[in-house]
Design a protein around this ligand. Structure first.
Ligand code: ADP
Length: 158
């Protein structure tokens, strides 16, 4: 059986933290699908099309990584993609507590799917999309926090 992982997230926008997790996980799976969750109740800062475009650019050199979007339950989306793993990144104990409950519920909804966590390197622990959005909104420099290949595009987006 192919090892297919879904890495679900908002990626609003993609950060160096996401990039690190995906690049380190790519050799562990046959395929990784970066799946941008679309939630009708949550208004994103960056439009879906841009988030997808930037993800595709960042990982264009990684053969087994693809980009998609979905709405509804992550476990249901995994079934449509024949994915048997959900990949998530862990930064802090707060992440762990949140991920533990979501992961355990997902396992109750679908015991066929394993949840795999990868630890972030220390230098990316404080990096998150919400901080990048705040810096962007206030005209600051996001360069340090987002992948180099898309930094100028994200910066220029208004
Ligand atoms: P969500 O809204 O689902 O939390 P995010 O795009 O914020 O979406 O995060 C997607 C995944 O990436 C989550 O597993 C999150 O823990 C992980 N992640 C986010 N930032 C980092 C980082 N700096 N280092 C490692 N993992 C991260």
């Amino acid at each position: 059986m192919k090892r297919i992982a879904v890495f679900p997230g908002s990626f609003d926008p993609v950060t160096k933290g996401h990039e690190n997790i995906v690049r380190r996980s790519a050799p562990l799976f046959d395929e990784i699908i970066l799946a941008v969750g679309v939630n009708a109740d949550k208004k994103p800062y960056f439009p879906l099309e841009k988030r997808l475009e930037w993800l595709k650019m960042v990982f264009s050199d990684v053969k087994n990584v693809s980009v998609d979007h979905y709405s509804g339950l992550t476990v249901d989306y995994c079934v449509t993609k024949n994915a048997n793993y959900i990949l998530r990144g862990l930064r802090t104990s707060a992440d762990f507590e949140f991920e533990r409950s979501v992961g355990q519920i997902n396992r109750m909804l679908n015991p066929q799917i394993e949840i795999v966590f990868m630890l972030t390197p220390p230098e990316y622990t404080p990096v998150n999309s919400s901080i990048v959005r705040d810096i962007h909104r206030n005209g600051g420099d996001i360069q340090l926090f987002v992948p180099a290949s898309v930094a100028d595009l994200i910066k220029a987006w208004q």
